[in-house]
Design a protein around this ligand. Structure first.
Ligand SMILES: [Zn+2]
Length: 231
């Protein structure tokens, strides 16, 4: 069997499939990233804008920067890879992406490890969160704390509840589909290893080989490969 037919067979039989995605999933949707050398953030130091320290020193500037980033992403549409993943109604999606494109494609079971740009939350930590308003700095109606994008910044911990849900999904997976992530940093590598050790088949779809030494690796654009996996 070819790698793609092997992957198709595994996915067709999967009862607890899990996807695990990174920037490569949304690259074909025109999402601006920190690493995009021609992107709108080429002149910005991400650690200044995307850190608790940066927010404390100039919250208006950080909020304005995120709102500009949100506007830059407004034209981004789900690509065929998002649509293929969201067509799998029983699949749990763990993503490192902060865009809402999986949800825009119709996916409901999405765990955002790094948070999401589509929401704001209270920086004081009272738990209040609301859909992003894009209106500038404003304050929490519950406790008066400054409201901030609901994303994980440099120097911050991932949300424990999301990490635990992702680990539970990884342990319970019978197939893990790894899409568009180099998977070298925590928790990416750990989640794949967890899934593999608990018996999941691993299918990688990425621009470059990850050479994990397990499962199959399909090299190319996620938008070209993923629709083929579910037909
Ligand atoms: Zn609050």
């Amino acid at each position: 069997m070819t790698d793609i037919s092997t992957a198709k067979a595994w996915l067709a039989e999967a009862r607890h499939p899990v996807s695990f995605s990174g920037a490569g999933l949304s690259a074909e949707s025109g999402i601006a990233t920190f690493r995009d050398p021609d992107g709108v953030w080429a002149e910005i130091d991400p650690e200044q804008m995307a850190s608790p320290h940066g927010f404390s020193s100039d919250p208006e500037r950080v909020v304005a920067w995120y709102n500009a980033r949100r506007r830059a992403n407004e034209g981004a549409k789900p690509n065929p890879a998002h649509l293929a993943l969201s067509s799998q109604s029983h699949m749990i999606h763990i993503t490192q992406n902060v865009d809402g494109l999986l949800e825009a494609a119709g996916a409901t079971n999405v765990l955002h490890l790094h948070g999401t740009l589509t929401r704001d939350r209270c920086h004081a930590g009272c738990g209040y969160a609301v859909a992003a308003t894009k209106t500038g700095l404003y304050h929490c109606p519950e406790c008066g704390g400054a409201m901030r994008p609901d994303v994980v910044w440099f120097g911050e911990m991932l949300a424990g509840s999301v990490v635990r849900a992702a680990e539970t999904a990884a342990y319970g997976a019978d197939v893990m589909l790894v899409v568009g992530t180099s998977a070298v940093v925590y928790p990416a590598a750990g989640l794949i290893e967890m899934a593999y050790r608990s018996g999941a088949k691993i299918v990688v779809v990425n621009q470059e080989p990850l050479d994990l030494g397990v499962g199959v690796e399909l090299i190319g654009n996620a938008g070209d490969i993923l629709p083929d996996l579910f037909t």
